[in-house]
Design a protein around this ligand. Structure first.
Ligand code: MOS
Length: 752
């Protein structure tokens, strides 16, 4: 492994740094969207349709309206205008459920908002919402789980623009598969999964006549501002969105949902602040979910294990009106060397709420399928699954025909195998037994895109020796406050405890969405440039202010190091703290702004930029009592330079925990009669909890990727969830002999 030492060891970069916002969170001082309260604030509770397909015929609000404390029952006739929004250039104006709430009386999924009760208290609003009487003309909903692609053109519209359904192609995958010496043809299914961040979606909306201010749990405040400006016909500068803290989102809070304009419209109609908290149950209906996918993978190989053909044809479900794209083929074209390849997708409309990104969108279900296929092929070939991957390691990105900026997947396998003890694996099913337990060992590789979104930041150096760094990105809970403090401290020499970080507000310099695992990589250049500009301003002040120790110097003769200014030629011995320089000049502060461009979406990239990694998993199986446990995980990540190994490890551990849920527990079930997501609570929608979690051994390689930023830091928020389900299901097969190709693995699969 390569060690780089460009940054001194005293640097805050690369040091395991506890969250700077930790004390605020544990003391309850961190304010989330529904923690904001204002005088006269009203509470809104939506009424959701109890059918999934049909039309509202009558809406009787009389009883609800007459309840004491009820301010209004809003519906299509009295909510006022809510306009449509359209997508802008690049990453602007994104919204998955584009139809404004209440636009027509057609119901297309269970829980779709059809009315809104607003009252003095939450309890009254809830009682009023329950008292609204609705009749429907009902058709049978289609929530079929067997997915066949709808008849569609070769190029289809999606939330992210036009997309070709032939996603990638090279060589002649069909013909070569037909004559391949070894073939695998399997279909893998992943269920609808629902985001369950602990913080519920919430909007607190204030409309003061000309300006709309929203406290929202949002992973993208600028996108939300743009959408709301469109939906209410306002200039962008008349809308302000604030997200100081997020109780996570997992992608469910990336793009706006319809509760948000509803709360804003209610605030407009009533002239009072309105708060709307989406209930846990409603979050299964109206705030997105990961699409169900059905993925056929065909692999052709030589007897020695060289891939000759790879076909990945997948179908996912989507809502009736929306077109979120679940790009399961995201990683397929570049992960392995194979001369003949084809990746296609199709979509199947269902009466479900809009689908949306969930942690590692596309690649996570996609890699579950392709990595599972590789594991099955390894078994068929009687080759070790690590060895099969080594044989098929590509030299370049064969999908784009360009080099990788930095790809060290083989080193991940090497270190992971060593830490796990993989060489002791005996391949026979059920062959590893100890203490009455059957052990199963499995592994898989993973990858996730690395790139930068555009970012702006500002930096202040102040006369009390503190610094303030501001960026309108959000901290989804991953540690963005801490990373910005580290970056600011690194450049200015101000200790972490004296750096003020301000995030999550559209009045700040425009920051990226908390998505794509790209915030850290994106903000590094912007924060560094802001710091450089603040320091340049300071040095100019130092030479210009009367009485300054540097009065007769030129700025270029001065240096700034560790928070102090000195004359380069004289060395640092007589350095002056920047606070002294400012005070002598009677300045409270100097400011610098910084900006960096996006690399994401570059149509002609020179390098293919991704993070890589692998998981090695052990399960234990007790057939007598049908008890399956994940008992040990070793994960190795090649994610560039890790700026904060503590927060970084937390990210990977959290993703592995979510992966245990994905493999063994999580699935949203839709009732065939009503179309309702029926396990819409945390008792019936089971996620992995502490008791499910074994020791997780996380390792990072240290190969800085300078294509991404000066520090070489790539993202780590999502990659830990990629591949893990394939590693777990392979371990399950190794222990039990049962290949489960439809997630999650259920006990009944194993009792067969
Ligand atoms: Mo992530 S699905 O980009 O929030």
């Amino acid at each position: 492994m390569q060690a780089t030492r460009e940054i001194p060891t005293t640097s805050p970069i690369g040091r395991g740094t506890p969250r700077v916002d930790g004390p605020l969170k544990v003391s309850g001082k961190a304010q989330y969207a529904s923690d904001f309260h204002f005088p006269g604030m009203l509470y809104a509770v939506p009424v959701g349709a109890t059918i999934a397909n049909g039309r509202v015929v009558t809406l009787d609000t009389a009883a609800a309206e007459n309840m004491p404390g009820v301010r209004a029952i809003f519906h299509r006739e009295n909510i006022g205008r809510i306009f449509r929004s359209v997508q802008g250039p690049g990453f602007a104006g994104i919204m998955d459920e584009r139809r404004p709430p209440f636009e027509d009386d057609v119901v297309r999924y269970y829980g779709q908002y059809i009315a809104l009760a607003v009252a003095d208290t939450f309890e009254t609003a809830k009682a009023a919402a329950d008292a609204v009487r609705v009749t429907y003309a009902q058709d049978k909903p289609n929530v079929d789980t067997d997915l066949k692609a709808d008849d569609e053109p070769d190029v289809v519209a999606t939330t992210f623009g036009m997309v070709e359904r032939l996603e990638s192609e090279r060589g002649d995958a069909d013909a070569v598969f037909a004559r391949a010496p070894v073939k695998l043809d399997q279909t893998y299914v992943t269920p609808a999964e629902t985001h369950n961040p602990i913080e519920l979606h919430a909007t607190t909306a204030i409309w003061d006549g000309s300006t709309l201010t929203l406290y929202e749990g949002s992973q993208g405040v600028f996108n939300l501002r743009g959408i709301l400006a469109q939906m209410f016909g306002l200039p962008q500068e008349s809308v302000r969105v604030i997200t100081r803290f997020l109780g996570s989102g997992f992608g469910g809070k990336l793009w706006p949902w319809t509760h948000c304009p509803l709360a804003a419209a209610a605030a407009r109609q009533l002239g009072k602040p309105v708060q709307l908290v989406v209930s846990r149950k409603m979050m299964f209906q109206t705030t997105g979910h990961r699409a169900r996918t059905q993925q056929r993978v065909r692999l052709g190989a030589t007897a020695e294990g060289k891939l000759v053909s790879l076909q990945h044809d997948y179908v996912y479900h989507r809502s009736i009106l929306d077109a979120h794209h679940e790009d399961c083929g995201e990683a397929t074209s570049f992960q392995y060397s194979v001369p003949n390849l084809r990746v296609t997708f199709g979509r199947a409309k269902r009466n479900v709420g809009s689908t949306v990104d969930m942690r590692g969108p596309g690649a996570v279900p996609g890699l579950y399928a392709t990595e599972s296929a590789m594991n099955e092929l390894a078994e068929q070939l009687k080759i070790d699954p690590v060895r099969l991957r080594v044989i098929n390691e590509p030299r370049i990105d064969e999908g784009l025909g360009i080099p990788f900026s930095s790809r060290h997947l083989l080193e991940c396998f090497e270190l992971g195998a060593e830490k796990f003890g993989w060489s002791r694996r005996t391949p026979g099913v059920g062959s590893m037994k100890r203490d009455g337990l059957t052990f199963g060992w499995g592994m898989a590789g993973c990858t996730w895109i690395a790139a930068r979104f555009a970012a702006e930041a500002s930096m202040q150096l102040r006369d009390d020796g503190t610094a303030r760094v501001a960026c309108g990105t959000q901290d989804i809970g991953t540690g963005t406050y801490t990373i910005l403090a580290q970056l600011a401290s690194q450049k200015t020499g101000v200790p972490l405890g004296k750096v003020e970080v301000v995030l999550g507000d559209t009045s700040l310099p425009e920051g990226p969405i908390s998505g794509g695992s790209m915030v850290t990589g994106s903000v590094v250049p912007a924060v560094f440039a802001a710091a450089d500009n603040a320091i340049a301003s300071l040095l100019t002040v130092a030479t210009a202010a009367p009485g300054s120790p540097f009065e007769r110097r030129k700025a270029e003769e001065l240096a700034f190091e560790d928070g102090r200014v000195f004359v380069k030629a004289e060395g640092a011995a007589a350095a002056v703290p920047f606070a002294d320089v400012l005070r002598r000049a009677n300045l409270r502060l100097v400011t610098g702004s910084g900006k960096s461009e996006a690399t994401f979406g570059n149509p002609k990239p020179k390098f293919s930029t991704h993070s890589f990694g692998c998981h090695f998993v052990e399960v234990t199986w007790q057939p007598e009592i049908a008890r399956l446990r994940v008992s040990r995980v070793v994960t190795v990540m090649d994610a560039g330079r890790i700026l904060n190994p503590l927060a970084g490890r937390n990210q990977i551990e959290g993703a592995v925990v979510m992966g245990i849920g994905m493999a063994l527990l999580e699935h949203t079930s839709y009732d065939r009669q009503t179309g309702a997501p029926i396990n819409s609570n945390l008792a019936d929608y089971v996620v992995a909890v502490n008791a499910d979690v074994p020791p997780i051994d996380v390792h990072f390689l240290d190969f800085p990727d300078k294509e991404i930023n000066a520090l070489g830091a790539r993202g780590i928020g999502e990659i830990g969830l990629a591949g893990i389900a394939a590693a777990i299901t392979d371990a399950v097969h190794h222990a039990t002999g049962v290949r489960v190709r439809e997630l999650p693995v259920k006990i009944e699969h194993l009792l067969a």
